[in-house]
Design a protein around this ligand. Sequence first.
Ligand code: F6P
Length: 342
Amino acid sequence: MTTSKKTTIKRIGLLTSGGDAPGMNAAIRAVFLAAHHYNIDVIGFKHGYNGLINQDFFQLQHEQIHGLINQGGTLLKSARCQEFHHPKGLNQAANTLIKEKIDALIVIGGDGSFNGLLKLQHYWSGQVIGIPGTIDNDIDGTDYTIGFTTAINTAIEAIDKIRDTADAFERVFIVELMGRHSGQITFNVGIATGAEQVLSFENFNAEDKLARLTEIANDIEQAQSSLQSSYIIVIAENLWPGGAHQLALDLIEHTKTDCTACILGYIQRGGTPVAKDRILATKMGVAAVQAVIEQKTNIMIAEQDNTITTVNLSTAVQHKKRVSNSLIEAQKNILAISAQCT
Ligand code: F6P
């Protein structure tokens, strides 16, 4: 951060949009503090882009960010906004930004929110900056999104507990994880919990459903006849036709073994952010204000190889980030090694 406080920027707009993620509040705090350093006011718009359309905003004050760094959720509230897909909504949003003399808008959210920013630029000429905040970690160009690490830790803790019951009763559990259409949460949690199966977009094709069922059924049978006493399948949401409950039914039909489906759901979105998310959010929030001062626009703040950088917004939303081949390989290898040990 430069020490010179000279800038023509007077007012930054800030909002959180899409699914809330642990660490969004830490990012709000960082944006406020960095802006304060330059004597810039931060105007918080509430409920995502709805706050722009409905002129629902307030000026952030110092006392509001006290104790915010460890809070889950978002002080600014969040929402998805259908009206932002239409010219009328975009026009209303632009008019609010003009009326309120906002120089730059910082949006903390996922790819849907960034698509909103891209559209807004056709209606408003201020600077636009994105900060990646979503538990899904599915945004191209950044190694991590704010909230992902907390979400996987929450899921790991939950599955460790499910494992106790699975062990005690020698049962098969199917745990469905969030991620929308990304397998980042599922693969990372699967490896970290020693799940016996990881079912995700990268290793499952709906056309092979029957063959896969037979394969899993055989594997469960083999595992249960050996020393192993429990069996956990982690599965990405939106993968199996009918979801985890249907997979349980399908497996019961194939294995004649009781399988219990457990959908972890929104527990993954909440809670106190872990250290990594607080630190990432702080670095990204400060970098976003710095980018505003440097007159940058149409960018997303990113972290690559532990370094904060920026990528073009349109590049960030062009493709979904893929689960790395090394992670997919690691999961395959550890299962193969573990099978040899039984
Ligand atoms: O993007 C975050 C996320 O929690 C996804 O993992 C999930 O698919 C989706 O949001 C749920 O969306 P909603 O909050 O609209 O139900």
